[in-house]
Ligand binder design. Structure first.
Ligand code: URA
Length: 259
């Protein structure tokens, strides 16, 4: 270890690695350190060319789109997303988070990305924001635990992997996973979409600015879509619950008017 590293810096670095998912202090392949001193110095070799980052970034969305469109049902879509390796978020996350609730539900809710709890459990919206979401849905008679498609919801996120330190997803990450999200919606065939916060609005409507667009019905992939405040925002700004309640009532009214 670097002798300049004090205890607290070293501990913070270790905590960070654990937070990123490192749970074993080993390399990919065993290293015989006794043999290291005996190894004659190798003549300098020209370094192998690193992969061209432009090719990687240009091809990744096309590869994602091909993988998404090849999926014929939700289990094969989940498998394709989980196998998709061209995103660094996967390496920092513990668990793949695909969806929860009833796939046949009339209402499909799209959130942003897993947080710490979701990453631990492999399910969307199970932390504090998720508990508030469940209470909001319950207030209009909907639940992710319902077996009746009229009363159930199906829940997913724009990203299936937790961004480090719960940061907001970046545009390239959103665009990379957009084909999977669109395929997810097409396969689930909900009657109505609810977009929680800016990230799903940016992904599916090409616009953010949730304070202005919340409560205004839009069309996404031929379906009515309602942008709403994200429950995490409501936890930080309880006065915005009044608007959220109005949006929930608008959702309920829409479901009742289109049996
Ligand atoms: N916030 C989200 O947008 N999604 C989750 O799954 C959890 C928190």
């Amino acid at each position: 270890m670097d002798s300049d590293l004090d205890f607290w810096t070293a501990k913070a670095l270790l905590d960070w690695q654990i937070e990123m998912g490192a749970d074993e202090a080993i390399r990919d392949a065993p290293l015989n350190r006794y043999a290291l001193n005996d190894t004659p110095a190798r003549p300098a070799q020209p370094a192998a060319a690193p992969p061209d980052p432009i090719t990687v970034t240009t091809d990744a969305p096309a590869i994602a789109a091909r993988a998404a469109n090849a999926a014929t049902d939700l289990p094969s879509l989940a498998a394709a997303m989980q196998a998709f390796d061209l995103c660094d978020l996967k390496r920092g996350a513990r668990n793949f988070v695909f969806a929860d609730g009833l796939p046949a539900a009339r209402v499909m809710i799209v959130g942003e990305a897993p947080g710490a709890e979701e990453d631990r459990e492999g399910l969307p919206f199970v932390g504090r924001a998720g508990q508030l979401l469940d209470r909001m849905l319950d207030a209009i008679g909907l639940s992710r635990r319902q077996a009746d498609p009229d009363l159930a919801v199906y829940i997913t996120n724009v990203l299936p992997w937790r961004p480090p330190s719960n940061r907001t997803p970046e545009r390239p990450e959103i665009e990379l996973f957009l084909p999977f999200l669109e395929r997810h919606i097409t396969l689930a065939q909900p009657d109505v979409l609810v977009l929680m916060g800016n990230t799903p609005c940016q992904a599916l409507m090409g616009r953010a600015g949730i304070t202005r667009i919340r409560g205004q019905w839009a069309e996404v992939l031929g379906r009515p879509a309602l942008p709403m405040f994200h429950p995490a925002y409501l936890l930080r700004n309880p006065t915005a619950k009044r608007e959220a309640w109005a949006d929930l009532l608008a959702l309920k009214a829409r479901l009742m008017s289109q049996p």
